[in-house]
Design a binder for this molecule. Sequence first.
Ligand code: ZN
Length: 232
Amino acid sequence: MTGTLLLTFDDRHVAGWEEALPLFEAAGARVTFFVVEADLLDDAEQAGVRRLLAAGHSVGSHGARHRNADEAILELGAAEYLRTEITGSVAALRSLGASASSFAYPNSRRDETTDAVLLEVFDHLRGGSPRTTDLGVARASIVPRDAKVFPGRGIDTGRGGVPQLNDAVALSELLGELAEGDGTLVLYAHEIAPVGRGNHIHPDRLHAVLIEARRLGLRMVGFDDYSPASWS
Ligand SMILES: [Zn+2]
């Protein structure tokens, strides 16, 4: 028995994600990339997404235009939200060979209504949870493995020039607890780069997380491979 760690990366940082492929391969990790604006990807980005898939990783949807699901469903209704924000995104990703069977909420904005609407389309949804060093709070981000909606935990190291909370110790404790049970923890970051204009994780930090997870024997899979029923 061991826990499962799902590493996920959001938005449209395809080139930087590709550069990190050797890190994932060295750690035996498969991960998930949640792509936004899939219908707007240029040729180089499309080729990049195909290479991420060819390397065994999963690609899910992060919405067509990064709209907050809760607000958009209230404003447009579920059908129009799905038509404008989801259908085109899924179609564009599938044309590149992705299953697009999972979805990450833009800005982690979700509620029970959005979950019900989006679980009609996707197998799994990822939201967010407080970035905290309080292990009692952080522990809630480990959920039963048959969950459909996962409270992701952020691991970016910076946002522009501003460092994120250094919660490496808390994450280590969390990973240790994950290894002792059979729950699932979803982590999320954005661009993989030493510096970035927006949210980014330094490759050294990503490497450290991967090494630690591997040492603990955690299962590291993408959402396409996430089928707990088949695990012993
Ligand atoms: Zn995003």
